[in-house]
Design a protein around this ligand. Structure first.
Ligand code: GMT
Length: 381
């Protein structure tokens, strides 16, 4: 049995706002607090990384911009940095979040090292399988990389099954669901934030995402507009992305623009969420739905779409409500029920908080990643 010595772990993720990068960053911080030495390898400081006081290492990947390159070869620069950090610090594990292209970089790094190579682990987050990885141009390399790394985890049972069906892989995939940092995301009084956004005491609905098409931003606006016909309310849109402009013009055409606040990418997400009476996430697809988990942890009842791995997070009618992404009337109705029935809202809130505490805290989830690390090291490939 391998002793549970502290490990040297490198984490690679997308440093921009987004669920996979946030999860990777929170995981690294929690691992460091548990005594491991954690190194981030990325082209920029990961979003939310700087707020942790724990000592973490950060290694920046630089990609030479030689005129010959139409596209600078980041995958190779990353692999080179992984080798360098592995050799310098004696890494035990290279843990990449998002298959493309990180799993290939980790695989290349390992193959290039003759001795003392770290174990490679890839956590699948969703669109790396369902959208990007299954696109014809990336399909074969994604399939190869999933089989080539030493270990694979998926953030939901749904995503594991999807990976098996899309790529026909027979390799074991551990399901480790996401967690939320409950030191930061917890239920607290709405405070000044609420008054700022709803000065007349209106009800507040929040949405948080990267505003990509998969998030169904038109659905957010339509559902809110249905609600707004029935009571005074404000919609807080946290985040930014390709559908922001469309959201604005749709809000204007549905005559709710004055009640929609575009807040952009924000650091104080936890405080804003605590000002909300309900959270809306009607995505066309979600492998998990980390933003909904953050809302639940703040005690905010969620209306989300019944797609992908979301039902593994939210029990319909118990810890939140699930509707179809295009069921605007149903979404508006569920919001209305939450905002007008305090007994219902309180029950959803308490059940949601209990579910977070029982299943989705760092204490519950981080040891599952540690188990995988020690198991890979013990397997000794
Ligand atoms: O949702 C996004 O577009 C961002 C994406 C990412 O990779 O950053 O999120 C994915 O990973 C999150 C963390 O595991 C999951 O909670 C999201 O459900 C998943 N997004 C999708 O599947 C669309």
């Amino acid at each position: 049995m391998t002793s549970r010595r502290p490990l040297r772990i490198a984490i690679t993720c997308y440093p921009v706002p987004g669920g996979s990068g946030i999860l990777a960053t929170e995981l690294g911080a929690k691992l460091a607090m548990r005594g491991h030495e954690v190194h981030f390898i990325s082209h920029a400081l990961p979003y939310r990384l700087d707020r942790f006081k724990t000592e973490l290492y950060y290694h920046e990947v630089e990609t030479p911009d030689y005129p010959l390159f139409k596209y600078p070869p980041y995958t190779l620069s990353l692999a080179s940095k992984m080798i360098e950090v592995s050799q310098q610090f004696g890494l035990d594990v290279l843990h990449v979040h998002y298959a493309l292209p990180f799993a290939i970089s980790a695989y290349l790094a390992k193959q290039s090292m003759r001795e003392g190579a770290p174990k490679t682990l890839c956590t699948l987050h969703g669109t790396d399988i369902t959208l990007v990885g299954s696109d014809r141009s990336f399909y074969e390399i994604t399939r190869f990389s999933i089989d080539a790394v030493d270990g694979v985890t998926a953030v939901s049972e749904y995503l594991r099954n999807k990976t098996i069906s899309v790529f026909g892989t027979s390799r074991p995939i551990d399901v480790i669901r996401n967690f939320v940092d409950t030191d930061r995301f917890y239920a607290r009084p709405a405070g000044v934030c609420r008054h700022k956004y709803a000065p007349e005491g209106e009800k507040v609905v929040a949405h948080l995402s990267n505003f990509r098409a998969v998030k169904n931003i038109p659905g957010v606006i339509h559902m809110f507009a249905r609600l707004r016909q029935r009571l005074p309310a404000k919609l807080l849109l946290i985040g930014d992305g390709p559908q922001t402009a469309e959201a604005f013009s749709l809000a204007k055409s549905l005559d709710v623009a004055a009640d929609v606040k575009f807040l952009g990418n924000r650091e104080d997400v936890d405080e804003i969420l605590c000002a909300a009476d309900a959270f809306l996430l009607p995505s066309h697809y979600e492998a998990f739905g980390l933003a909904a988990l953050e809302a639940m942890a703040c005690g905010v009842p969620v209306v989300a779409s019944k797609v992908g791995g979301v039902p593994e997070l939210i029990q319909d009618g118990k810890t939140g409500f699930l509707v179809g992404p295009d069921e605007y009337d149903a979404g508006g109705e569920r919001l209305f029920q939450i905002l007008t029935n305090p007994e219902l809202a309180g029950r959803l809130r308490e059940n949601g908080l209990k579910s977070v505490k029982d299943n989705f805290t760092a204490d519950a989830v981080v040891p599952l990643y540690e188990d995988v690390y020690y198991r890979l090291i013990q397997e000794g490939k």
